[in-house]
Design a protein around this ligand. Structure first.
Ligand SMILES: NC(=O)c1ccc[n+]([C@@H]2O[C@H](COP(=O)([O-])OP(=O)(O)OC[C@H]3O[C@@H](n4cnc5c(N)ncnc54)[C@H](OP(=O)(O)O)[C@@H]3O)[C@@H](O)[C@H]2O)c1
Length: 392
């Protein structure tokens, strides 16, 4: 349990693209009472970030800067011991993320990240869930576009449906935007590690206790035309459906049995082939060292879309929920999914853990809906991300 810490929040990775945006969000929306600091390995870069933040909010001119390098375990432990919550955008997480999770689990410090890497999440669960739980630390992965709109959107949809009956929810994602160097490096790294991931997934599966009296599963995944949206749905095997199903396993409100399916929505059938081909090409390229290195050179870490590009970006996730004789259609929507809204979701998650009166029912390596549920939905709505019932 976190008591008497010098800071409410420390941002680790603020010298990078998404961490910088997250720090800007806190400078503008964190409020005057927020006690926070920046952490990183390069003091000159950190000072430049602090100067940028002071242009947005003069109170930031004296923000503390903590020296922390993933390769120096002591420096990471010092960060975890100094704060109630750590935000980290230091990725690829499978490469750089473990020392901070270990330090937070040991120190009882709450933690949020932006990973969309299933191997990292499962490995952290295997290695640190029990320790974090014993120390009251909430290690909340996937607090960006992966997987907040989907996890909390399913949570919101379930609450429009009757209780104690079998429920089926499907999520359909549409988005426009581009990606950063950090995201490219994380995706290529994850694609190149399918063998390692399969082992970790199996180990978690055999150790994790799922409810015995409720069935949690997937809907049948296939490419199909969805009449309600006049568009084609293509199964999307990202981390999001796993996160939704874990939230469902932890909460009886998801029904006596719960099935979830996750899709990307495309208007024309010709684009289905382009989408499937594009992902298959990236996956194939990531398997071979030479092509993997070429793919990684397409964008450098630290690069990301311009403000103009981000302003044009958007996302919309629609859900069809059914159960107990009722059918609802809901929607979660907002602006730039990858960066503008991701940094907002991440910062609001940290503020939620630091300041909201959350039921301390769950600790350990847990999902956003488990850790924060309605409190985070309310925060995101107040910050301009919409949760709506379109049809009921
Ligand atoms: N799931 C989502 O929705 C979503 C959206 C956006 C981003 N992401 C993920 O977020 C992560 C960050 O993306 P990004 O584009 O912001 O990446 P980035 O610009 O490359 O930033 C990476 C950060 O990590 C720091 N770092 C690297 N090695 C370090 C070390 N040994 N010790 C301390 N700090 C170290 C860098 O510090 P220096 O400046 O000193 O190099 C930098 O601050 C990626 O994993 C990406 O996939 C996820």
């Amino acid at each position: 349990m976190t008591t008497k810490r010098k800071y409410d929040i420390v941002v680790f990775g603020a010298t990078g693209f998404t961490g910088g945006l997250t720090a800007e969000y806190l400078a503008q929306h964190g409020g005057s009472k927020l006690r926070w600091a920046l952490a990183g390995r390069n003091p000159d870069k950190l000072k430049l970030v602090r100067a940028r933040l002071a242009d947005l909010n003069p109170d930031c001119k004296d923000l503390d800067l903590l020296m922390a390098d993933v390769d120096n375990a002591e420096s990471i432990k010092n960060v975890a011991a100094a704060t109630k919550v750590v935000i980290t955008t230091v990725g690829p997480y499978i490469k750089y993320g473990e020392p901070l999770v270990a330090a937070c689990a040991a120190a009882g410090t709450d933690y949020v990240d932006l990973t969309g890497e299933p191997e990292f999440v499962d490995l952290m669960w295997l290695r640190y869930h029990d320790l974090a739980k014993a120390n009251g630390a909430r290690i909340v992965n996937c607090c960006g576009f992966d997987s907040i709109p989907h996890d909390l959107g399913a949570w919101f949809t379930v609450r429009q449906l009757p209780e104690d009956v079998p429920l089926k929810v499907e999520g359909f994602v549409r988005a426009g935007g581009t990606f950063s160097g950090g995201t490219l490096h994380s995706a290529v790294t994850a694609f190149s590690r399918v063998g390692e991931y399969a082992k970790v997934r199996k180990a978690r599966h055999s150790r994790e206790g799922w409810p015995v009296d409720r069935k949690i599963g997937s809907t049948r995944q296939r490419i199909r035309f969805v009449r309600e949206f006049s568009a084609w749905a293509v199964p999307m095997p990202t981390i999001d459906p796993q996160v939704v199903r874990r939230s469902a396993a932890a909460d009886e409100r998801y029904g006596s049995s719960f099935r979830y399916g996750h899709y990307v929505l495309v208007k024309q059938l010709s684009r289905v082939a382009m989408l499937v081909g594009g992902v298959a090409a990236l996956f194939a390229g990531a398997q071979v060292k030479l092509t993997r290195e070429r793919l990684l050179k397409l964008k450098d870490p630290g690069d990301g879309p311009s403000e103009e590009q981000r302003l044009k970006s958007w996302f919309r996730v629609r859900f069809i929920g059914e159960g107990g004789g009722k059918k609802v259609i809901t929607e979660v929507s907002g602006g730039d999914p990858g960066y503008g809204e991701t940094s907002k979701m991440l910062a609001e998650s940290a503020l939620c853990l630091a300041f909201d009166r959350l039921p301390r029912k769950y600790a350990g390596v847990i999902t956003p809906a488990q850790a924060m549920g309605e409190h985070l939905v309310e925060r995101l709505q107040a910050a301009g991300i919409q949760f709506k019932v379109l049809e009921s």
